[in-house]
Design a protein around this ligand. Sequence first.
Ligand SMILES: Cc1ncc(COP(=O)(O)O)c(C=O)c1O
Length: 430
Amino acid sequence: MTTESFRLVRVRQAFGDRNPNSRRYFESARKVLPGGHSRTVLTHPPFPLVFASGEGATLTDVDGHVYIDLLGDYTAGLLGHSERRVLDEVASALSSNASVGGIHPTEEKLASLMCNRFGLDRVRFTNSGTEANLMAITTARLATGRTRVMVFHGGYHGGLLYFATGQAPWNAPYEFVVAPYNNPEETLKLIDENGHHLAAVLVEPMLGSGGCIPANPEFLQAVFAAARKQGAVVIADEVMTSRHGPTGMAALLGVRPDLTTFGKYIGGGFSFGAFGGAAALMDQYDTSSPGGQSGPIAHAGTFNNNLATMTAGTVVLGEVFTSSVAVAHTARGEEFRRLLIDVVSRNGVPISVTGFGSMMSLHARTPAPVDATQAADRDSILQELIFLGLLQRGIYTAPRGMINLSLVHTDDQLAAGLEALADCLEAVGS
Ligand SMILES: Cc1ncc(COP(=O)(O)O)c(C=O)c1O
């Protein structure tokens, strides 16, 4: 056994000893929930923490430990855990009724906010980012009459659209063409080869789950141009990245998608997804018009316009996370990533940092990865030692190294995160 793996055994043991209540809840949950919960991403050895509550940028677990939350629910928690403006407005909206089972004015209000903010002609709501992407693919397939969809190695567009390691056997049964991210030569070749069979190209402006690896602007611009030349619909998955800059990350990289998908933070903590873009594509859903080749697309969904989410979304975009707040938050994230890079470069431990704006990731490898293959090629023991080491020091991040700044982190909390990382790196490097 290497020194590193011996150390990991001890750190896991200490984690288990520190968290007896989490362990008990987790073991009990496994009897009724395969794996102990319904979000695979939360899994890590020896068992994940169980949380009792959250407030601002902190979380309290069932053993009474308080953590500074540097994960921000994988970007959905942009507002922190207790943004009063959202919670109070939702409570007020729900004081007389829950879902009305019909049309209500808040849906149009949120749609207008989204169209104005993100430059969409039209938008439709779903319950998750996964559904938004499935619907965007469907929109493109029906508009073009074509079947193939280009995605990227390391991309993640939802539970049924998982390309971390290429194709996954549980993916929705579309004809996917998996291209290499940030590799224009290979990707353009594949676009040419698939030519008029290609209905859509679906791409994240930054691989989120794949390790916070931004697209090179030239790569993205070349892919958009080549796809358009072949008549394919270009879809940007901004489920995570629409928080960057005034109108999302695609615009910052100099591209304008035909369709964009959204999710996460816009729902203010409630289930949310949306897809929108060009009227010519979106009007396939207009039941008063002829629609596309097969007539209007029927897109129902009991909770698509649910009152809680629609209300929360209007407060998020209309009051809390305005364009100017988004610009400032992106800049604050850039600054924090620079400080993270300072911390890791002062230490001899081979860690790199990637990201853009308020989303970033620690990788137990150097140099920093530029695609998913490189991101996967890391020291998994060191990665886990850092994750568990940060937890031990009261800092909650993702097992894979992801960090997302929320609007409510104080400067002191961010400084505490940097200090904990420095301390942790010193311990693993010794
Ligand atoms: C880029 C991206 N697209 C889509 C999704 C799926 O969203 P949801 O979890 O709401 O289904 C995610 C979730 O992490 C994501 O990161």
